[in-house]
Design a protein around this ligand. Structure first.
Ligand code: CMP
Length: 140
């Protein structure tokens, strides 16, 4: 097992319902450490750039509109196999497919308002972390 970092975003549906602490407890209880965290209001251009990989998907515009509909909390999680572990803690993208006990099963409202984003690979985690954080902001 190797210690990794991964990017997490607590999405506007969750910040609006004031459940960021409940979500952070899921990460911490599963052994991930929050080594950086900040609350941001994304601009349209930042959200478009972050999700650029999805720009040809039919849900892209709605996704961007949703991600700027309220504050988000961007965070860096660290731990053994953090990328995969975080995806297990989050559950499937669509809450209808998510397993019991996962964040999306417990908290997500829909496939779009699905409470959290997490990097899907080690390489993407590096890119996504540097999108939002400077090295000096990661406090292990
Ligand atoms: P996320 O992990 O943030 O990555 C892209 C997001 O697009 C995804 O979570 C979903 O919230 C959102 N999305 C909306 N519709 C779909 C869809 N049909 N398939 C996949 N992702 C979708």
């Amino acid at each position: 097992m190797s210690v990794e970092k991964t990017l997490s975003i607590i999405k506007p549906d969750a910040t609006k319902r004031n459940i960021t602490g409940l979500i952070n407890a899921k990460f911490e209880n599963a052994g991930l450490k929050i080594i950086a965290q900040k609350r941001l209001q994304l601009t349209r251009s930042i959200a478009e750039k972050f999700y650029e990989i999805h720009k040809d998907r039919p849900f892209y515009n709605d996704l961007v509109n949703f991600m700027i509909s309220g504050p988000v909390v961007v965070q860096v999680l660290e731990g053994n196999n953090a990328v995969k572990l975080n995806r297990n803690i989050m559950g499937a993208t669509n809450p209808e497919d998510a397993e019991e006990g996962t964040i999306r099963k417990e908290f997500a409202e829909s496939i779009e308002a699905n409470s959290v984003h997490g990097s899907d690979s080690f390489e993407n985690a590096k890119t996504e972390i540097s999108f939002f954080f400077a090295k000096i902001e990661l406090i292990v």
